[in-house]
Ligand binder design. Structure first.
Ligand SMILES: *Cc1c(COP(=O)(O)O)cnc(C)c1O
Ligand code: SF4
Length: 458
């Protein structure tokens, strides 16, 4: 396996660490004298993060726009680990790493569609930090802190403020909610970044969650391996592996983030039996090109990380200048699907503004259909016909369900379109639909005893 090329900037120095030929990301020169022992200690990295103009200008050539961004009032926290600062493109203000973590004046520019809580998470939050949006899984925000802060962060309204962190009492209530809700089979620890939480607290949370009988798996979403690969110690991996099935999604946006350090951290996690996925955000000027995404997914799968989601940028304050049209995401999936390994293709999703959850968006592959025929096209534009079976299709549902361990849970209205397809309901009506359509003659309708024909079905 080849590792990511080291960046070649004069102002950086490459430390010689050990004699094992391991490759390292060059350090910013201001950290030249830091002993390797400290450099490789995640606590040192956290304690020595960079957040001032004075420090940053010793590392990169700051532009006026960036200075303006760093001095803006009410700035969403800027803080960069010394390790990650080594990846900043020194003299390119449009560098893909640099743009993700160095604020710009444009952050302060509002845009029409911007929303405070674009995913409407507050409405789905039964206890602080717990978001129960989907029928069977919950998002559990355990901290507001991260190793480094991303300028486009979806949760910038809660993230970054160290005086407003989740407490032990919040964690207790989150866990109690999950314990009391047997429908929850999957918990996703997020934040902030769960892997910056003190090791003993993190383990205590995992332990308590793993003792909930109906919880089938635990997931962690973390950008720590990218910002602070030093945190991925053998001890951490040994701790995490005790709580299998445990899945981990990392967050890499650009191939430049895949350094020798990250590769080694990912290898440790994968060797601990943790299935690894990646979630990226589609960011204008950072990764909004099919070839960038192709290189990214190839490097990820070489590191045993499966691309999971590619997110459309949320309508969040500070992220306006990162937004792309949705068509760019579709273009990217078109360029990946069929052109590379199937498991290297992420699902492109728009997280529905207003709290609708993630909506997959992709190119169309069904071109047309006719009697007993579906017309399909492939990635090359080859168009073909799939002939459906001649005999009418029937299914013996009782037979199909006979060998399952669990009867289906009742999802109520969240059954959604699949409830229409299965014949449970005939329609889904927008709010106010009934009222708008009560224009018939009420006496006639009452004689029939039905308000409208749809009541026959519901
Ligand atoms: C993304 C998300 C999940 C997990 O969704 P998956 O599609 O299962 O990965 C769960 N809860 C909330 C609120 C989310 O935003
Ligand atoms: S690591 Fe995640 S939660 Fe933290 S700032 Fe970045 S996007 Fe936001």
């Amino acid at each position: 396996m080849t590792v990511a090329p080291l960046i070649d900037n004069k102002s950086l120095i490459t430390p010689v660490i050990g004699s094992d030929n391991l490759k390292y990301t060059p350090r910013p020169a201001i950290f030249a004298d830091v002993p390797d022992e400290k450099w490789n200690d995640w606590r040192w990295q956290m304690a020595n993060r960079i957040n001032s103009i004075e420090q940053l200008e010793q590392i990169i050539d700051l532009t006026d726009e960036e200075r303006q961004g760093l001095q803006a009032e009410g700035l969403f926290r800027a803080d960069i680990t010394p390790y990650f600062a080594g990846l900043l493109e020194v003299d390119d203000p449009y560098g893909p790493v640099r743009q993700q973590v160095i604020p710009k004046g444009a952050e302060a520019v509002a845009f029409d569609a911007m929303m405070a809580d674009s995913l409407n998470e507050d409405a789905h939050s039964p206890v602080p930090g717990l978001v129960h949006r989907y029928p069977d899984r919950v998002l559990m925000l355990i901290t507001t802190q991260c190793a480094t802060y991303c300028r486009y962060c979806t949760r910038s309204r809660v993230v970054g403020d160290s005086s407003a962190n989740y407490t032990r009492a919040d964690h207790d209530r989150q866990i109690a909610y999950i314990r009391d809700n047997p429908d929850v089979r999957d918990v996703l620890l997020s934040g902030g970044d769960p892997l910056v939480v003190a090791p003993a607290i993190l383990e205590d949370l995992l332990k308590r969650l793993s003792e909930i009988p109906h919880l089938e798996l635990i997931r962690i979403g973390s950008r720590v391996p990218i910002f602070l690969p030093q945190r991925v110690t053998d001890e951490l991996c040994d701790m995490l592996r005790k709580y299998h099935p445990l899945w981990l999604n990392v967050h890499v946006n650009h191939p430049r983030e895949i350094t020798p350090e990250l590769s080694r951290a990912l290898a440790k996690l994968a060797d601990a039996g943790i299935p690894l996925g990646n979630q990226s955000v589609l960011l204008r000027g950072v990764n909004d090109h099919p070839e960038v995404q192709m290189e990214l997914v190839h490097k990820l799968v070489k590191n045993r990380v499966r691309p999971y989601y590619l997110y459309q940028c949320d309508l969040v304050q500070g992220a306006g200048h990162f937004r792309t049209p949705v068509s760019v995401g579709i273009e990217i999936i078109e360029a990946l699907r069929g052109h590379t390994s199937g498991f290297a293709v992420p699902t492109y999703v728009v997280d529905a503004p207003g709290g609708g959850g993630k909506i997959p968006v992709m190119p169309e592959y069904v071109v047309s259909s006719g009697p007993n025929r579906v017309v399909l096209r492939n990635y090359e534009g080859f168009i073909t016909t799939y002939a459906e079976p001649d005999a009418p299709y029937t299914r013996d549902d009782a037979q199909m369900l006979r060998y399952l361990e669990r009867p289906a849970r009742d999802e109520g209205v969240q059954e959604g379109v699949s409830g229409l397809a299965s014949g449970q309901h005939m329609t889904i009506k927008p709010e106010g639909f009934e009222e708008a359509h009560q224009r018939g003659r009420q006496d006639e309708i009452e004689k029939r005893g039905k308000r409208n024909f749809m009541d026959d079905y519901s």
